[in-house]
Ligand binder design. Structure first.
Ligand SMILES: [Zn+2]
Length: 115
């Protein structure tokens, strides 16, 4: 299985978006203006990814680009598939539930006993 983390970035903050898809809301981005057409920008409330569409006079999408937060993207051939993201999310949810109950992670408890 692909190594799902990198030394530079903890990608767990993006696991929900990679599993469910982004959670879009309307976003007026004054930093981006297309050369022609009408801009239609959406932003993800979880990860901050922006989807920047250019809409033509007939309502057609002329252009679509995504602007991702640093650390979101994977290298060629490194991106886990949806099933792998689902498993990562299930593991993450268990860790989050334990943390919410104030329980230590299993690895931390093992270290504590052996010390
Ligand atoms: Zn997202």
């Amino acid at each position: 299985m692909t190594d799902l983390t990198t030394p530079q970035w903890d990608r767990t903050q993006y696991t929900r978006c990679n599993t469910y898809g982004h959670s879009w809301f309307d976003y007026d981005n004054s930093d981006w203006t297309p050369l022609f057409g009408t801009p239609l920008v959406l932003r993800c409330e979880r990860c901050g990814t922006e989807r920047r569409d250019v809409i033509g006079s007939q309502g057609q999408v002329i252009q679509r680009n995504y602007s991702y937060p640093e650390g979101y993207r994977y290298g060629r051939g490194e991106r886990p598939d949806r099933a792998q993201f689902r498993l990562m999310l299930l593991e993450q949810r268990i860790r989050e539930a334990r943390a919410a109950r104030g329980e230590a992670a299993p690895a931390a408890r093992r270290r504590g006993r052996s010390a």
